[in-house]
Design a binder for this molecule. Sequence first.
Ligand SMILES: [Fe+2]
Length: 386
Amino acid sequence: MISQFNVPSTLVFGAGASRELVPQLARIGARRVLLVTDAFMVSSGLAGRFSRDLGEAGIAVALFAGVQADPTDGNVGDGLAAYRKGGCDSVVALGGGSPIDAAKAIAVMTANAGLLGEYQGYHKVPRAGCPLVVIPTTAGTGSEVTKVAVITDTGRNVKMMMLDRHLLPQVALVDYELTLTMPPALTAHVGVDTLTHGIEAYVSRKATALTDPLALTCIRLVAEHLEAAWREPANRAAREGMMLAATLGGMAFSNSSVALVHGMSRPIGAIFHVPHGLSNAVLLPTATRFSLPGAPERYATVARTMGLCAADASAEAAGDSLVEGLAGLNARLRVPRLRDCHGVERARFDSSVEKMAADALASGSPQNNPVVPTAMEIIRLYGEAW
Ligand SMILES: [Fe+2]
């Protein structure tokens, strides 16, 4: 089997990596950047800090801080207008997965004339966009190293998944020092999202020899560091471990794929605005139990890698310990049940569940799962996660 592997051409990792922004932009030849971020990054002072650094280096900055959680086609259009108004030649993304995904879409729209919705799906973006440099502030969605962006189509109320190598940033500056102030709940949710990336990349039908080692190292690092990062936000070793896990998990799933958890998670986000990491975390134990029979040896390796069972445990016993271990991790990190997530009401859930199952299947992700579910099975799984 032939496999292709795409990552950013430059990845700078470690404490202080974000201070490489000016030299990296200078290397690319950027003169006027659009800084894509959100209101929190402005209020925290981080957007201002980077803007000042750029200004002092003679690089002009247009600020676009209008990205919302679950970024929309409207956010991308507004960002593109700001890029053109500012006469920009490049984009810098600062923040979590939402600003980074929005920035990826803005960057490709600078060079492609179609409507954003035309690029939904796999390998649909005709031309590379302007240069894109990304600075993640969470660990993480892994978006800084992936060729994937998820943007809500507000007309259809669907989270559009786009996968194309033109969505890859040129440069990722991965600086765990920016995550030292992440609050515990966010640490937990994006941390379990990272674990989901590792697990789904490893059990996916599209897993390759190039992605397996990255996925397994991601899984091991989350097992080692997530709870410490959640308990002690300033624990540098734990934050560095989680940042590395997020980076490796992103590289793994971007070149393998995600699967059922992400497929079922996006409709929850589109309809109820449950944050991406949280909706994945809520679904992970349930979807894993359903998927075990399709890849028992792979799931057993995941359980062993997380230290959830003895090295010589049978595949069946290891699979059981994995499901228990994932549910236990959620409980310790205080991840709520689906019914307890803010904004999820039973009546709307019941009336939406058929559309959610159809949208999950239409995204293509469940088709990569070890067991490919029917729409009826997805509806049942939503009910089990409730
Ligand atoms: Fe994710």
